[in-house]
Design a protein around this ligand. Structure first.
Ligand code: 6PG
Length: 246
C-alpha cells in the first residue's frame, strides 16, 4: 500500500544516512504536532544503530520532549550485560539518559510486565478515557526466525493476548535470555509510525515474506501492520537480497 515505504541501502554508511534523515524528518514532524512524543526502541543491534543516527541530528530535535521506551526488555537489572536499557545507557550521551523510561524490574517477570503496562498507560493515556493510546514511533528489529520485539513464533506457548494487553511476559524466549517483557501486537499496530531496521543475509527470507507475503503467526514480524499508521523498512542490500529488483 502507499503507507509502506521500503528503503534499501547499499552498505552500512548509506543505511546510517537513511536512518538519520528519516529520524530528523519524522521526529521534527511529530514534535510539530504535539508536546511530548513517545517512541519505542528495540534491543540487539538497535542501540548502536539508533545512537549513531541520533548523534548526527544535532539540535534538529528537542530531546527534552521525547520519551524513549523499550519495545522489549530482558528481565534483568540495567547493570547486567543483557539489559536493553543498559545498552542504551552505555551508548547515549549523558544528557539524553533522562529520555529513557526503564521497564520496572520486579520480583518476577510477570510482575514486571504488569507494572510496565501501568507505566505505559499513564503516559500514553494521560487524561481522556476515550483517547486512543498510540506510540508516535516504534523502531523494530527482526530475527531470522521471524520474531520481532520478544514475540517469537510458536504462539501456542504465549499467554492469550487481548486488545487490552499491551505488554506480555515470556519465560521461554528461544533467543537468550529466556525471560523477557515485550510490547504485544495490539499496541504495536496502534502506532503512528513503525520502522523496521533490518540487516544481514540471514533475514532475507523473512523480509521477503514481510514485504510481499501474507501475515502468519509463525512469522510474528509479518503481523506488524499498523492499522492507521505508516510502515517503513530500512534494509541493507543483504536483507533485501530476496526482494525483486526493479
Ligand atoms: C531483543 C530484541 C529483538 C531484536 C531482534 C533483532 O532485545 O533481543 O529487541 O527483537 O530486535 O532479535 O536483533 P538484531 O538486530 O541484533 O539481529
Amino acid at each position: 500500500t502507499n503507507k509502506t515505504m521500503i528503503n534499501i541501502a547499499k552498505n552500512g554508511d548509506e543505511l546510517h544516512e537513511h536512518l538519520s534523515t528519516f529520524l530528523a524528518e519524522r521526529l521534527q514532524y511529530l514534535q510539530s504536532q504535539h508536546g511530548t512524543i513517545s517512541i519505542g526502541v528495540s534491543g540487539g543491534s538497535m542501540p548502536k544503530q539508533f545512537t549513531d543516527a541520533i548523534l548526527s541530528l544535532g539540535t534538529a530535535v528537542d530531546w527534552k520532549r521525547i520519551r524513549i521506551f523499550m519495545c522489549d526488555e530482558r528481565y534483568c537489572l540495567p547493570t547486567h550485560p543483557d539489559s536493553n536499557l543498559g545498552a542504551y545507557l552505555k551508548l547515549f550521551p549523558r544528557e539524553l539518559h533522562e529520555c529513557l523510561v526503564p521497564v520496572p524490574i520486579e520480583e518476577s517477570v510477570a510482575r514486571s510486565a504488569e507494572n510496565y503496562e501501568k507505566v505505559l498507560r499513564c503516559v500514553l493515556l494521560p487524561e481522556q478515557l476515550n483517547q486512543t493510546a498510540r506510540f508516535d514511533l516504534l523502531l523494530l528489529g527482526v530475527g531470522p526466525d521471524g520474531h520481532t520485539c520478544s514475540i517469537f513464533p510458536a504462539p501456542e506457548r504465549l499467554p492469550k493476548i487481548t486488545d487490552y494487553n499491551w505488554i506480555s511476559a515470556t519465560s521461554t524466549s528461544p533467543k537468550p535470555p529466556a525471560e523477557r517483557v515485550t510490547l504485544t501486537l495490539p499496541i504495536i499496530n496502534m502506532a503512528k509510525n513503525v520502522a523496521f531496521i533490518i540487516t544481514g543475509r540471514s533475514k532475507a527470507a523473512v523480509v521477503k515474506q514481510m514485504c510481499l507475503g501474507g501475515a502468519t503467526a509463525n512469522l510474528p514480524a509479518t503481523q506488524v501492520r499498523p492499522a492507521n499508521g505508516k510502515l517503513w523498512y530500512f534494509l541493507d542490500a543483504d536483507a533485501a537480497a530476496e526482494l525483486p529488483h526493479d
